[in-house]
Design a protein around this ligand. Structure first.
Ligand code: CA
Ligand code: CA
Length: 225
């Protein structure tokens, strides 16, 4: 098991280098789970889109009534060689948004997160954090600046009638809104991205992770992942 964890750490490092990023951000206290080969082999895919498999928690009887926090969802997906969804293109973003509308799902988590971890504060390219500090954690890819409205899908309103990201919960004395959810007209503002405090529980969408699938194929060639 120790060897597996070490090997996984190495793969993660390689993936990080390939992605051109100098850090592997993750929240303090809880760990990012490695894939579980048997769960990867049995993973359920509801639909394929542009060659990648997607899992929708509300479409499956075993998870239809479940909701999890931001990291819990990443780990559930990662154990199955997937990760929380990263809608990095407008085509993929529209595909996911249509699912929420068609299936009347109020909101979901994505892998999007503000770089609020140890090491982020030294990165000048992330300053100011509320503009340049957002990234898709599953892909280790930065989002376009929050101010560039043509390259993102942040909502135009929210709980305090301010454009997103607004860090509303922190302003109102609660937790910082460091995670990226897609909200389906929750504030009568259409279907858009919102910064939301990461501890809230939501349904989820997993997206297959090429890196995790390849890793498990390499380390477990006989398991048929
Ligand atoms: Ca994606
Ligand atoms: Ca917000």
């Amino acid at each position: 098991m120790q060897r597996l964890v070490l090997a996984f750490a190495l793969v993660a490092c390689v993936a990080t280098l390939v992605a051109g990023q100098a850090f592997v951000p993750q929240p303090a206290g809880r760990i990012l789970e490695p894939p579980v080969p048997s769960l990867c082999a049995q993973r359920k895919i509801h639909e394929k889109f542009n060659g990648k498999g997607y899992y929708f928690s509300w479409k499956d009887a075993s998870t239809a009534n479940q909701q999890m926090d931001w990291l819990g969802i990443r780990n559930w997906c990662r154990q199955r060689c997937m990760d929380s969804i990263s809608p990095e293109t407008s085509v993929e973003n529209e595909y996911i948004k249509k699912k929420l509308v068609d299936d009347k799902v109020k909101y979901i988590w994505t892998s999007g997160r503000l770089c609020d971890f140890k090491g982020c504060e030294e990165r000048v390219d992330l300053k100011p954090l509320n503009v340049n500090g957002w990234f898709w954690t599953a892909e280790l890819k930065k989002l376009a600046p929050t101010t560039d409205r043509t390259q993102n899908d942040w909502g135009y309103s929210g709980g305090i009638n301010k454009p997103q990201p607004d860090n509303r919960e922190l302003i109102q004395g609660g937790a910082p809104e460091n995670c990226l959810a897609i909200l389906n007209n929750f504030y009568n503002d259409g279907v858009h991205w919102h910064d939301v405090a990461c501890h809230h529980k939501k349904p989820w969408v997993c997206e297959e992770s090429e890196a995790l699938v390849n890793y498990v194929r390499f380390t477990n060639p006989n398991i048929g992942v």
